[in-house]
Design a protein around this ligand. Structure first.
Ligand SMILES: [Fe+2]
Length: 303
């Protein structure tokens, strides 16, 4: 008889990982602009950087790795925090989702395993360990005092087929959809799903035509909670100043009615500052428009 294993608690967003054409410059950007100066670097025997972990708080971080190839998607994957990694592995396995044979201690010192989501994104389920990153940091507290944000509020990533993404994130992981929005008033652009045991969320970024590399840098992004967008924008602009980081800080009110401000790392990877509440307390109704339709003959993601 088929035995289904119960889903363990999915308790948070752990990290988002990107590749970088110039990690040293990118680390400077995260230190100078975001104010995250607790950066754990790993090097090979020749002293070349292999991975950098940038601490947001004692449960969340940004990961950077040297690029494996130029002019490619910058997103490497993201991590979701679970109360019990092995229980999550068994849960997914019992529902026929491909999983590795076992959970292991990862390079960050946490118990974890990695699967591919329907779009091929690497999703790591992380059970934080007392001696794993970022808990083992000696700095303590919720990040540096200069940090513009100490909360990874959402991870946003490209999604080709909404129904397949919902099968994974909603049906298997138990995420709860709470908002849909449209950019062009014809088709959906964004679907938001709250983690089942946390108030942070994943943002499915829908597209129709295969996105350019620049557009992938917009789609694949992370959201950071701040108390005040005007104050954050002013401080971020002051910090960028004459430094050679790309793009000005753009401030707007999104279709979701939240105040937003975007900054980008030297490779164009977007960080989106965002207030937790809508600017006026009202809620934009969820869109009922359809997901983007596929061009004729286009039945798989193409980048
Ligand atoms: Fe976003």
């Amino acid at each position: 008889m088929e035995v289904l294993c119960a889903r363990p608690a999915l308790t948070g967003l752990a990290y988002m990982a990107f590749q970088s054409s110039d990690p040293k410059r990118a680390l400077g950007y995260y230190r100078d602009v975001h104010g995250w100066d607790d950066q754990f670097l790993t090097t090979d025997k020749k002293g070349t950087l292999t991975v950098a972990l940038i601490r947001i708080n004692d449960r969340q971080w940004v990961e950077l790795r040297p690029e494996s190839a130029p002019k490619t998607d910058r997103l490497l994957g993201f991590g979701l925090e679970v109360a019990d990694a092995e229980a999550m592995r068994l849960h997914l396995q019992s529902r026929n989702w491909p999983v590795p044979d076992q959970t292991t201690i990862s390079a960050t010192g946490n118990l974890s395993f990695v699967v591919a989501d329907p779009d091929g994104h690497a999703v790591e389920f992380v059970q934080l360990q007392p001696k794993g990153w970022p808990r083992r940091t000696t700095r303590g507290g919720d990040g540096a005092s200069r940090a513009l944000s100490t909360c990874l509020m959402h991870v946003g990533f490209s999604v080709f087929a909404l129904d397949k993404a919902l099968t994974f994130y909603r049906d298997l992981l138990g995420c709860q959809e709470f908002w849909r929005g449209s950019q062009n008033d014809r088709t959906l652009a964004w679907v938001h799903l709250k983690l089942p045991e946390d108030h942070n969320y994943v943002e499915l970024m829908l597209y129709d035509e295969p996105p350019s590399l620049e557009w992938l840098g917009v789609l694949n992004h992370f959201g950071l909670e701040v108390a005040s967008i005007p104050e954050t924008m002013e401080e971020a602009s002051r910090r960028i100043g004459t430094r050679p980081y790309p793009r000005e800080v753009a401030y707007s009110i999104g279709k979701c009615r939240h105040r937003l401000a975007n900054v980008s790392d030297p490779d164009g990877t977007r960080a989106e500052f965002m207030e937790r509440s809508t600017f006026d307390g009202a809620v934009t109704p969820s869109s009922t428009l359809p997901a983007p339709s596929r061009p004729r003959g286009c039945n798989k993601r193409r980048f």
